[in-house]
Design a protein around this ligand. Structure first.
Ligand code: PMV
Length: 320
């Protein structure tokens, strides 16, 4: 008997960084899915195969504190089950997914898929809320910080509105998202940037807290624009949010170039997505402007990624 689970990556639309400090955020699940197949293994052992030639074998007792990048999130997720005494036998896992993450939520997707596959294998019948809480705890164990926005996208899919970090999000009824997404060509260090923004807030709380509050207000307005399809207004909010992220110091010259390239091609609005410092940006563009936005982004050195948004959350398949 084996069980396979897959979970989607994510694109943060609004609320980046402010959401870590208790303000709202909006995230959409993207169809870059990560897969975990679980089967019964040797007693009290975790075996993880991350590629045909890379296999890890760890006794359950050695799991806390494993930091090897390719298995840290898998191990942290299994640890959540172990700490609740939910694993009675050894576990064998095989993971797979896109070979490049582009900063679109591989860690959270892997954590969620691990918990979903392993819990189903052992007949634990965990609710989505339980998987969300355990996967969020796993990601926090590895990273030390984070709002859980990415974990929410991996569990619930669709497009989610977060009232506050760690709470179960609300699903937004959004039919389609006219997005163009481009990778800036370099990886960002989410944890470092979250810490840098937190440090800026400690040094200048009177300046940074109002910036977070404005980002929070943008989220509230963006939510109704999204639900009502008011793309032009949404574009303006997106541009304001980008300015505020620049104020927090999370922009880069490359991301700014891509943002201006998209705007110069008449995108409704454009901003970086997530922690900043690299990874992806996105622009809102209707069908008539989409091709010109893509052309300008590519001319500016962006790697346009054709990615569906608002896709389903974690899915589990029992296999014979
Ligand atoms: O993982 P990234 O780089 O897309 O960033 C996630 C968004 C942050 O708000 C910066 C962090 C968080 O946990 O919400």
């Amino acid at each position: 008997m084996q069980v396979s689970a897959s979970a989607p990556g994510k694109l943060v639309l609004f609320g980046d960084h402010a959401v870590v400090h208790g303000y709202p955020g909006i995230v959409t699940a993207v169809d870059r899915r990560y897969y975990v197949t679980a089967s019964i293994g040797d007693n009290a052992m975790l075996q993880v195969r991350t590629s045909p030639d890379r296999q890890h074998e760890l006794p359950f007792g050695a799991l806390p504190g494993v930091q090897e990048p390719d298995i840290a999130f898998v191990v942290a997720a299994v640890n959540q089950l172990l700490s609740r005494k939910m694993l009675k036998r050894g576990l064998r896992l095989v993971t797979s997914g896109p070979c490049r993450s582009l900063g679109l939520g591989s860690s959270s997707a892997i954590s969620v898929a691990t918990l979903a596959a392993a819990s189903q294998l052992f007949g634990l019948d965990l609710s989505p809320e339980e998987i969300y809480k355990m996967a969020r705890a796993a990601v926090l164990d590895v990273q030390g910080a984070g709002s859980g926005l990415d974990v929410a996208a991996a569990v619930y899919g669709g497009t989610c509105y977060f009232e506050r970090a760690g709470e179960v999000p609300e699903m937004l009824s959004v039919e389609r998202l006219p997005l163009v997404i481009a990778y800036s060509g370099s990886k960002a260090g989410t944890v470092d940037l979250v810490q840098e923004v937190a440090a800026l807030r400690s040094r200048h709380p009177d300046l940074v807290e109002p910036v977070f509050a404005m980002i929070g207000r943008i989220c509230i307005r963006a939510r109704s624009c999204l639900e009502e399809g008011r793309w032009c207004d949404l574009g303006a909010l997106t541009n304001i949010n980008q300015g505020l992220l620049e104020a927090l110091g999370t922009g880069t010259a490359k991301l700014a170039n891509l943002v201006y390239a998209a705007r110069s091609a008449q995108a409704w609005g454009a901003k970086l997505s997530g922690a900043g410092g690299g990874d992806c940006m996105f622009a809102w563009a209707d069908d008539s402007r989409r091709a010109q936005v893509i052309d300008r982004l590519e001319a500016a050195g962006g790697e346009v990624a054709v990615i569906a948004c608002g896709v389903p959350g974690v899915q589990v398949v029992d296999e014979a």
